[in-house]
Design a protein around this ligand. Sequence first.
Ligand SMILES: [Zn+2]
Length: 175
Amino acid sequence: MIVNTLKLAKEKSISITGEEKWLEQIYSLYPSPEKVPAPKLKALVRLQPTDYGFINVNANIEYEPFIVCDRCNNQFKWPIKRTLELIFQKPKKLDKKGEIDLQASDLDQYFIDQNGTINLEELINEQIVLAVPSQTRCQKCTSIPKGQLVHSEKSNHNDSPFAALAELKDKLKKH
Ligand SMILES: [Zn+2]
């Protein structure tokens, strides 16, 4: 979803209902269990142009996707609620080679694109991906103290990778 800031004379509110076609990309990353309807992402984004050429962006994003537990593979809901207050700066000028020279300090900053647009789809997708932890544990698995993991129902075999390898070799022999 691209917003043209050049035509933005006054504050603009954009309501995202969850039915937008471009959300399918983020929905596909967090599929729901069978027969469970896909949770919808909802957001309210306010864009406010300033006299200095930058745009204040204020966004409330709510989404409760299903994520998969790293340990037991169960799907569970992960509620995400984010409030963003961002400043989109004027586009960076292109250098002689037609490239943008980004400084390290630019990495945390947001820029309006060269053609005067802000890509809300990119912004929202990024926020969701950042809000999902890289290591996921469902509640059941977080409540098991580390030392007991080996003895829980799912992993009654030895957890070491060598043991898993040995087990696999064993299985192959039997066939
Ligand atoms: Zn789990």
